[in-house]
Design a protein around this ligand. Structure first.
Ligand code: HEC
Length: 121
């Protein structure tokens, strides 16, 4: 089968093109910006977050916000009445709230750059 032998390299080249190009041509993450990734901080605020804030959802979404202390306080107030279906509203002491707000404003304060929300639904 000399015919097969001579055509095999061509077939390999065609196959490589068909397989490799569509993958390479895809924009990363389908053109949407990646989601934010927020690293759990060390220090006293770590325990506040783990104890009061992560029962219902993660912390990455915090990065969508750039707000002052009062707006962050209002958002945390909302978490007191939020419910996940399993967990009913966060309970947070005033002292823990202060620790949390210090960190939120330092990381995601009015001068920080909020992570852009992906617009495509
Ligand atoms: C009882 C469940 C629950 C707990 C505990 C909770 N959350 Fe939430 N959280 C929700 C729900 C439900 C939403 C979506 C509705 C809303 O935004 O009010 C939400 C939304 C948010 C958002 C907005 C996310 C976005 O994509 O815009 C932030 C920021 C947030 N929570 C922070 C916190 C922080 C900080 C704490 C700890 C003090 C906390 N959450 C604790 C249920 C909870």
């Amino acid at each position: 089968m000399t015919l097969f032998r001579t055509r095999a390299p061509l077939a390999t080249a065609v196959l490589a093109t068909v397989v490799v190009v569509p993958i390479a041509a895809q924009p990363p993450n389908r053109g949407r910006p990646a989601r934010p990734v927020v690293t759990l901080p060390d220090g006293p605020v770590r325990q506040v977050i783990l104890g009061r804030c992560t029962a219902c959802h993660g912390i990455d979404e915090y990065a969508y916000y750039a707000m002052g202390r009062d707006d962050w306080r209002a958002l945390v107030e909302r978490m007191k009445t939020a419910r996940s279906g399993v967990v009913e509203g966060t309970k947070i002491s005033d002292a823990d709230l202060d620790v949390l707000l210090d960190w939120l404003v330092a990381e995601f304060g009015p001068d920080s750059k909020p992570f852009p929300r992906a617009s495509a639904k």
